[in-house]
Design a protein around this ligand. Structure first.
Ligand code: PRX
Length: 635
């Protein structure tokens, strides 16, 4: 028997040892016993981090939707697969059974085919958290189309650059979306994005808010009538193990967003296996991850991981503050949620509201709590543990990335003793390493370094869409024969890992990865701006917030700074989305630079974090005089 479900700490160590001693044999057993394949693999793993190239289960044939849907029909056809909780608490929740989900996915897949989508075509999905989002993802997978979901909070510019980058043939959207008390004109954003992309053949529009929108003849189609006409069976396309399943964009420290490409078989095996163990999912559990499916967390742990295990997965359309700050707990009580997975930023925002919103609800169904996306601070961890878990539900602080596809460092609940702010131990099969700045591995405990992974795991992203060189440069060039995560970490006296944060120019704001370069590009578009630099500074709810240093042309004589600040934030909202807005903007006479002209962000970061006593030697700068000026005028 393979070790699909780990229940004890000793078992974790045993299985972990097995998984690193003989990874091929280990993953082969897991794959063989817990998934359905149309054809088995010829080779479990081939890899070369120098190229870089990783292939798992080469030669195998499968379709991930047969694993997420078809195989459950005989045993769990009437079980709820997706439990949809609408934005408005007075609107009924929708229980979509496995049978119904199967039929809806098949119908949707037939609509895609009818509109000319074929295996390998890219389909961009820009939808709110409504069932059609999960269904359209699975429909793409059903016919072998590569989905690329764009978070529906991104702006038209951000959307069009992603559509262009992956050369999508179709966009799937809705007439609009609900977000707490507001509605958002999603279709309007899509129209704006498509202004510059005549190549898009069709736009499918789901009806959600019944708004009066513009439908372009010959391009835009309402989904409902098409679905009504479609057959509710659709053969699953036969996919190679290494065929791309989806592209998901993530920010880089420089340049445009990176379209991370995930494979079919490895991704399926790893997300399903981690889901089962990290959340200790059991058959009648109701699992809820509050992330948006527009991020990797939603792909892996709302859609694919849970469905591959035949789980009931909650999809929540709304926000934690609507109609009031008790909404999450209301949902937990209402649906008797057993596993609850959210971001530290949400915990901090809710903790700020006190416990009165929590106390009203019965949270006794909860068994496991999870966090993801950013480091969790000690205070938030304890608040979560005491008020939500009532000190009886273990907290799994899960560290991973868009690039890793699945959870990499995490406790196993009821097995691994937890420790606040520590993601604890590597998951089965994961071989972390801490590296020093000269490229040597740091051995032993009580050490700190840059976090790398030494050996491939099944769900590692295989490339960056259209730019394999960038994939190599970003992840495999910093250290020889290692995947470099971009994070710093420390290992404590017992070998537990604590992630200390990014070591590059990516800033994590409210759990969202933001690269500094695209934000600076947006600011620099303002006609009054000469140049700018963004850094992060600590924020009690968002974890980090953005601080912008902006130098104006002609020293900004006679300009109204408050208006300029608004205009700059508006530009950022238009180019990227409101998540990237700056909390503070300081107008500066110049930016500190090295003699070769590189902006010294380290210094700017220290100033924004109020650590001016740690600036170090600034005398070697090209323009040391600006530093004093910046410190004097800090906002
Ligand atoms: O810096 C780490 C942080 O989020 C980054 C990955 O962001 P993204 O690709 O958007 O994926 C987020 C969801 C998986 C990481 O490089 N991060 C993620 N989880 C944690 C974390 N930092 C600390 N603790 C975590 N548990």
């Amino acid at each position: 028997m393979s070790n699909y479900h780990i229940k004890q700490f000793e078992e974790y160590f045993q299985v972990y040892r097995k998984s690193v001693r003989n990874p091929e044999q280990f993953w082969e057993e897991i794959a063989e016993e817990h998934f359905v394949w149309r054809k088995k693999w010829d080779n479990v793993l081939s890899w070369d981090f120098k190229k870089p190239e990783v292939k798992w289960f080469e030669g195998a044939k499968l379709n991930i939707t047969e694993n997420c849907l078809d195989r459950h029909l005989p045993t769990r056809g009437d079980k709820t697969a997706i439990l949809f909780e609408p934005n408005n608490p007075n609107e009924d929740a929708e229980h979509i059974t496995y049978k119904q989900l199967y039929a809806r996915v098949c119908k949707f897949a037939n609509v895609l085919k009818e509109k000319g989508i074929q295996k390998g075509d890219r389909v961009c999905i820009y939808l709110p958290m409504i069932p059609e989002l999960a269904i359209s993802i699975l429909a793409c997978a059903r016919i072998g189309a590569v989905h690329s979901v764009v978070f529906a909070g991104f702006s038209a510019t951000a959307l069009s650059s992603r559509i262009n980058d992956c050369d999508a043939k179709m966009v799937i959207t809705s007439d609009g979306s609900y977000r707490g008390p507001k509605t958002i004109d999603l279709k309007g954003i899509v129209d704006e994005a498509l202004n510059d992309i005549p190549g898009i053949q069709s736009v499918l529009v789901a009806k959600r808010i019944n708004s009066n929108i513009n439908m372009k003849a010959g391009r835009d189609y309402w989904l409902d009538p098409l679905l009504e006409e479609a057959y509710s069976d659709c053969n699953a396309e036969l996919m190679d193990a290494e065929d791309p399943l989806f592209i998901l964009y993530t920010s880089g420290s420089t340049g445009k967003p990176k379209g991370m490409v995930h494979s079919s078989a490895g991704y399926m095996v790893y997300t399903a296996y981690t889901f089962k163990n990290v959340f200790q999912y059991r058959d009648n559990d109701v699992y809820w991850c509050t992330a948006d499916i527009g991020w990797i967390t939603g792909h892996s742990y709302i859609v694919y991981g849970p469905l591959a295990n035949g789980a009931t997965t909650v999809m929540f359309e709304g926000v934690p503050s609507y109609p009031d700050f008790g909404r999450f707990w209301d949902i937990v009580e209402k649906h008797k949620v057993t596993q609850f997975y959210t971001a530290p930023t949400a915990i901090r925002a809710l903790a700020k509201q006190g416990t009165e919103h929590v106390e009203k609800y019965d949270l006794s169904s909860l068994k496991v709590l999870g966090t993801v996306g950013e480091p969790i601070n000690e205070e938030a961890w304890h608040w979560y543990d005491e008020n939500i878990g009532k000190k009886k539900s273990p907290i799994v602080d899960t560290w991973w990335q868009t690039e890793t596809g699945g959870i990499m460092i995490t406790p196993i609940p009821f097995s691994t003793p937890t420790k606040p702010t520590y993601a604890t131990l590597p998951f089965i099969g994961i071989q972390p390493a801490l590296m020093d700045e000269s490229g040597n591995e740091i051995n032993g405990n009580q050490v700190e370094g840059r976090l790398c992974i030494k050996f491939p795991w099944p769900s590692i992203a295989r490339t960056i869409w259209g730019n394999h060189q960038r994939y190599k440069d970003t992840y495999f060039s910093a250290y020889d024969n290692m995947y470099f995560t971009g994070d710093g970490a420390l290992r404590d006296e017992v070998g537990y890992y604590r992630i200390t944060g990014r070591v590059d120019d990516v800033i994590i704001v409210s759990g969202h990865n933001l690269g500094t370069a695209p934000i600076e590009d947006a600011i620099n578009e303002h006609p009054a701006v000469a140049e700018s630099a963004i850094v992060g500074f600590p924020h009690d709810v968002k974890g980090n917030a953005l601080y912008g240093y902006v130098t104006l042309k002609d020293s900004g004589e006679g300009r109204n700074h408050d208006n300029l600040r608004k205009e700059i934030n508006q530009l950022i909202t238009d180019r990227i989305g409101p998540i990237a807005k700056l909390d503070k903007i300081q107008f500066t006479v110049g930016l500190p630079k090295t003699r070769s002209g590189k902006i010294m962000r380290r210094i700017l970061r220290k100033i924004a974090c109020n650590e001016t006593d740690q600036l170090g030697d600034t005398s070697t700068l090209l323009n040391p005089e600006v530093v004093d000026d910046i410190i004097k005028n800090v906002v």
